[in-house]
Design a protein around this ligand. Structure first.
Ligand SMILES: [Zn+2]
Length: 254
């Protein structure tokens, strides 16, 4: 708040801004809406982050060190958050590998080669991951006065994960607003935005290009390493999407 007054004083003295203009700037400064963006470091969440910014939100990014197979995506999350100029970026330690149940959280389960035509649930599904993440995001949102949460899930180009579907998002939003004071007592609900729920990954890439997303900072490969493996489900979906969108994946050019 004090910083805001200093900026206004500077504008008044140095640039001759009118009092009305300064009041408007001050009002906008104090009323920037806050949004929590779940940021994995992957393609979808990075576009979601830039989309939230383009809608005028102050972004508070939230990532999870959930005992995933590799740290590479968290490095991407850090770099993406930093390059986008988020207000805060928290990486919450949430050890889902304590009980495993997924190739991503149990090193003894192999990441299988991808098959984009598969209809069963792959071994990379992490039990109730998005339910856990959205619950923590709701806590963060209520604590800092944010009423918007962005999650970059899609039920079009996905691996059949049940927690990437519209009915799950709707149910979580309802639960969040039953379990928070702002939602249950103050008629000031939290909205869960899943802007890509019916979009293809190619759509997301086209939008990301318009919004200036640096896809070279993002990471999708389940296997980690220096370079994407090119054969896991996530690499295959990413490659297909870049091809459909008509762009070269900058990550592969690094
Ligand atoms: Zn891969």
């Amino acid at each position: 708040m004090f910083g805001c007054y200093l900026v206004c004083l500077l504008l008044f003295q140095e640039y001759g801004f009118s009092l009305l203009m300064i009041l408007e700037i001050s009002y906008l400064y104090q009323n920037m809406k806050k949004a929590i963006v779940l940021l994995s470091g992957g393609l979808d969440s990075s576009v979601a982050l830039h989309l939230a910014k383009s809608k005028g939100f102050d972004v508070y990014a939230l990532s999870f060190d959930y005992g995933q197979r590799h740290e590479r995506e968290l490095q991407s999350a850090r770099e993406t958050a930093q390059s986008a100029g988020v207000k805060e970026h928290h990486i919450v330690n949430m050890r889902l590998d304590l009980w495993g149940g997924s190739a991503l959280t149990d090193q003894s389960i192999e990441v299988e080669n991808g098959d984009v035509t598969r209809t069963d649930i792959p071994v990379t599904y992490v039990p109730a991951r998005n339910m856990v993440f959205l619950s923590v995001a709701a806590s963060y949102a209520e604590a800092i006065g944010a009423r918007d949460i962005f999650i970059g899930v899609s039920q079009v180009d996905y691996s059949g994960y049940v927690d990437c579907r519209q009915e799950f998002i709707d149910a979580m939003e309802a639960a969040i607003n039953k379990g928070t004071v702002c939602g249950a007592e103050m008629d000031d609900p939290i909205h869960v935005h899943a802007p890509f729920i019916d979009k293809t990954k190619a759509d997301e890439i086209r939008l990301g290009m318009e919004l200036g997303v640096d896809f070279g900072l993002t990471w999708s490969c389940y296997r980690g390493g220096e370079k994407p493996c090119g054969t896991c489900d996530s690499c295959l979906l990413r490659a297909k999407a870049f091809e459909e969108a008509g762009y070269t994946d900058p990550l592969l050019e690094k």
